[in-house]
Design a protein around this ligand. Structure first.
Ligand code: AMP
Length: 308
């Protein structure tokens, strides 16, 4: 496994792979890797000839009062996880490598970045879209892997690839969870043990709504209320909303197309997000809707053991 710290050395390393016609998979991360990241890496290793992982805590996606300075880092442990997972190349640039002095052009996402996290983290998805565009140009992957846990991020990136013709296949990998349901996140390391206990209610609420949906409930308000009834232990609920899984448009009335129930909340001083897909049976879906969710559906079928 090679480690590159500069764009120049990465480009040099990748040249040989590309000349050999190898399929390049890419997993962008901010490090402090866990089993969720490993699932993305495993998907890439399984479907690509070489896998590139970037570890970069992107300052452009943090607000001025957010946790950029205290974001957890463990580079040695990350290297070990990558090595054992079969990664070919790690890209670990300094901030000045990605944003050199004089940097001034950003990628501005549209309405897909406005609701949910976009409403509570102004500029966040502008930072994400900018760094992902840059990383795609630097790595030039055939396919890139993102986690369903950051559902809106996946939607923004799919839109970005479409609108800017980036020519990268995007694969969404289902959320990996702790045995009690909590979605794995680097930020879980901030939680005290009491907060960690309370954080369980987020996934419990989402699963309750998912169960109701599976039993036939289609009323969006009742589904949200079912989840809310369980999400009682958080300190501040930022949003709990049902959104169209493709456009992220708000859903009112009946859920007849693939939807995502998305939540963000503070537990203590830690901001956590999570979501579940509510997917009508495939027979009830139009072709383009089926295409949208089929990847996640297929993966959920094989990763089912991880879901509580
Ligand atoms: P991050 O390092 O938090 O920026 O995440 C890097 C990638 O890992 C993103 O595509 C995330 O969506 C994904 N990811 C983070 N947590 C999980 C999880 N629990 N399950 C699956 N993917 C995840």
């Amino acid at each position: 496994m090679l480690t590159c710290r500069t764009i120049k050395s990465l480009t040099q390393c990748l040249k040989g792979y590309r000349a050999a016609g190898l399929r390049v998979g890419f997993v962008p991360t901010m490090g402090f890797l866990h089993e969720g990241h490993r699932a993305l890496i495993q998907e890439s290793v399984a479907h690509c000839d070489i896998t590139v992982v970037s570890i970069f805590v992107n300052p452009a996606q943090f607000g001025p009062t957010e946790d950029l300075d205290r974001y957890p880092r463990a580079l040695e442990r990350d290297h070990e996880l990558c090595r054992t997972a079969g990664v070919s190349l790690i890209f670990v640039p300094d901030a000045s490598e990605i944003y050199p002095p004089g940097f001034q052009i950003y990628v501005e996402p549209g309405p897909v970045a406005e609701p949910l996290c976009g409403a509570f983290r102004p500029g966040h998805f502008r930072g994400v879209a900018t760094v992902v565009t840059k990383l795609f140009h630097i790595v030039q992957p055939d396919v890139a892997f993102f986690g369903q846990k950051d559902f809106q991020q996946c939607a923004v990136i799919r839109q970005l690839v479409r609108d800017l013709n980036l020519g990268v296949e995007i694969v969404t990998v289902p959320t990996v969870r702790e045995p009690d349901g909590l979605a794995l996140s680097s930020r879980n390391s901030y939680l005290s043990s009491a907060d960690r206990e309370r954080a369980r209610c987020l996934s419990q609420g989402l699963f309750a709504a998912q169960a109701a949906f599976q039993e036939g409930e289609r009323d969006s308000q009742r589904l949200v209320e079912t989840a809310r009834a369980q999400i009682t232990e958080v300190d501040q609920l930022q949003y709990l909303e049902l959104r169209d899984a493709g456009t992220l448009a708000a859903i009112t009335g009946l859920v007849e197309r693939p939807a995502a129930l998305c939540v963000a909340a503070y537990v203590g001083t830690t901001r956590l997000i999570d979501n579940v897909l509510l997917t009508p049976p495939p027979t009830a879906l139009a072709d383009h809707e089926l295409e949208l969710v089929s990847h996640v559906i297929n993966r959920q079928a094989t990763a089912g053991a991880e879901e509580p």
